[in-house]
Design a protein around this ligand. Structure first.
Ligand code: ADP
Ligand code: MG
Length: 604
């Protein structure tokens, strides 16, 4: 890239989704790494002091910057990557806003040393609290090194929001991990307090790199995945069903090599793994989605961690489809740990049994397994099914599972008989009996609605302003959590505003929860966010709040429902993707097959 750095005209810079990119040391590191990659570096060294709170240095062997252009690099909206607005829809580089270096320079002390191959000597520039302090010639290798220290010195309040060194270092390492995974061709070295903690040579492919970064054990549990549709391709790795994690942290999505977070993609992945892994567990996946830059808008989020797809539905389908295929192609294997091989016809029989016994919840749990008389082998039926699911999956079957998992029951086709124990809705059909837990069902419906609303359409949740705003006093820790989550809360219809040092004003709540006491709701959300054992990502925070809102908003047990309300719930259940479990993983419904009932009565 021999492009010159220019300051973008006002007319253009005002259209850029500018915003605070420097939230914490890890965000500085992310910007510096992206600049190094944009400069074509093949060798990058990162040095961290005090988890990045002390200082961050990134040294690259990229193309360097022309001496005369160095001061420009620190000017707002000065970039060498775009020249006109439409370029935003063509860029393949990480940067294009010309915002990172000036933002970083404004809150710290930056020392940049850089040289182009064509120049005999290099340039050293020092920027302190937004001011170019000095610029001198210097001898240095080709490439650029940027050393950022005194982070947040000019804005001491920002330091208060930083976590411990250890935590900030985890954030930094997350950034490095993502960079290393998406750029196997680049050698990456990380030095912490003078000690080398990572040194990965340029790798031939993703698997080689992933195995070095995330471990041999991790890669052993992964399957290659590959798919394409039109001009869109997807490639990467996804975990086998015998591997799961309790958080979605190991789901990595790279859209045109850019790491992003996305509900829609999470949803698509979870759809593919339905029934293959337990409820509340997540698979691991590293997915590279490549599509023409014009089909994805990266200009929607300051740190570019979220994107907007032109055709979200298509992305959803291709991701789910590709994973389903990869999972379906797992060769039949022996039953793992125990080393047993499945007897002839085992799969067929279990499949048969599965069809008859729809008494499973979404998590694959089998109810009333004691009445099951003809299971192929003694032992807990649940395990056998899981064994089978993990080892003998045919493509057809996965498709059937997909359909029956969420959509197995068409609730509107069932005949409503009545409410049992004030909690369970009883339905019959020509071939069985179904019990629906009204709270779990409604919770699932609300949860999916909330998620889809924000994920698919990028809409905010409808909020209702409080007639009299509520004032809540918080501990410093709680205050920090709320100020960190303010934007997410707002998107969810919960408007809070800091009011002094430790007080916030609650101004609105989600419209669907207008029947709940606002302050109680607020403190429950706060508790949910504070209870996390480790810092939560944006998306995890959102998920937690969604689940809470759904739970609070849902009809309770021992609440009488009118027939019209039951019908409405049935229609909603038919429209959701995941109707078989509630957001907490409890089953939404249990069905009894007519034949099983007859057998229980010894009629057959
Ligand atoms: P952006 O990346 O959005 O263009 P930045 O503020 O991150 O904005 O960087 C401004 C400009 O400085 C870049 O466009 C690029 O020309 C130059 N630059 C920054 N870092 C490097 C680097 N490590 N190597 C070469 N050029 C760099
Ligand atoms: Mg940049």
């Amino acid at each position: 890239m021999a492009a010159k750095i220019v300051v973008l005209p006002e007319s253009l810079s005002s259209k850029i989704a500018a915003g605070e990119v420097v939230e914490r040391p890890a965000s500085i590191l992310k910007e510096l790494l992206e600049n190094a990659l944009d400069a074509g570096a093949t060798d990058i060294t990162v040095e961290l002091e005090k988890g990045g709170r002390g200082s961050i240095k990134v040294i690259d062997n990229g193309e360097g910057i022309e001496s005369a252009e160095v001061p420009l690099a620190f000017e707002r909206f000065a970039t060498s990557k775009i020249y006109q607005f439409d370029d935003i829809y063509k860029v393949r580089s990480y940067g294009f806003r010309g915002e990172a270096l000036p933002s970083i320079g404004a809150i710290s002390r930056v020392e940049m040393v850089t040289r182009k191959e064509s120049s005999l000597s290099g340039t050293r520039a020092i920027v302190e609290a937004g001011r170019l302090e000095s610029i001198t010639d210097t001898g240095c290798p080709v490439g650029t090194s940027v050393w950022v220290n005194h982070i947040f010195d000019p804005v001491p309040v920002r330091k208060k929001f930083l976590k411990t060194e250890a935590t900030e270092q985890v954030y930094c390492m997350d950034v490095i991990t993502r960079t290393a995974i998406s750029h196997p061709e680049v050698r990456i070295r990380v030095v912490v307090h003078g000690r080398e903690i990572l040194n990965v040579p340029a790798a031939g492919d993703i698997s080689e790199r992933v195995s070095l970064v995330l471990g041999k054990d991790f890669i052993d549990h992964m399957l290659p995945v590959k798919g394409a549709r039109g001009s869109m391709t997807i490639e990467g790795l996804a975990s086998k069903p015998d591997f799961s994690r309790s958080s979605a942290k190991q789901l990595y999505y790279f859209v045109n090599k850019r790491f992003i977070r996305d509900y829609l993609l999470n949803h698509a992945v979870m759809t593919a793994y339905r029934r293959l892994i337990e409820a509340k567990k997540y698979p691991a996946a590293i997915l590279f989605i490549d599509l023409p830059p014009g089909d994805v808008d990266v200009n929607v989020h300051p740190a570019k961690m979220e994107v907007r797809f032109r055709n979200p539905r298509e992305i959803y389908d291709i991701v789910a489809e590709t994973l389903v295929h990869a999972l379906a192609n797992i060769a039949p294997v022996s039953s793992g740990a125990k080393g047993r091989t499945m007897p002839e016809g085992y799969g067929e029989r279990v499949r048969e049994a599965l069809k008859r016994y729809t008494v499973t919840s979404g998590s694959g749990k089998l109810f009333f397994n004691k009445t099951v008389t003809d299971y192929p082998k003694p032992g807990p039926a649940k395990e056998q099914i899981r064994e089978k699911e993990q080892s003998q999956i045919s493509p057809e079957e996965i498709r059937v599972e997909q359909e029956t998992a969420g959509k197995g029951l068409k609730f509107t086709d069932l005949e409503y008989i009545g409410q049992f124990a004030g909690t369970y809705l009883v339905f019959s059909s020509s071939d069985g009996l179904t019990l629906v837990d009204q709270h779990a069902a409604h919770e699932r419906v609300l949860f999916d609605k909330l998620k889809m609303e924000t994920a698919l359409r990028g809409e905010k949740i409808m909020s209702q302003r409080l007639l009299i705003p509520e004032v809540a006093s918080l501990s410093p820790g709680e205050f920090a959590i709320i100020t960190e989550s303010m934007k997410i809360l707002e998107d969810m219809g919960i408007e809070v505003e800091p009011f002094g040092e430790k007080t916030v004003i609650l101004k609105s709540v989600p419209a669907m929860l207008s029947h709940v006491e606002p302050k109680e709701l607020f403190f429950e959300i706060l508790e949910e966010l504070s209870n996390a054992e480790r810092p939560l990502g944006l998306e995890e925070r959102q998920e937690k709040i969604f689940a809470l809102l759904a739970c609070k908003g849902a009809v309770k047990a021992n609440q009488k429902l009118s027939e019209a309300e039951v019908m409405r719930l049935c229609r909603d259940l038919d429209a959701t993707q995941f109707s078989s479990t509630c957001p907490h993983g409890r089953p939404v419904y249990i069905s009894f097959n007519l034949r099983d009932i007859e057998r229980m009565f010894k009629r057959k």
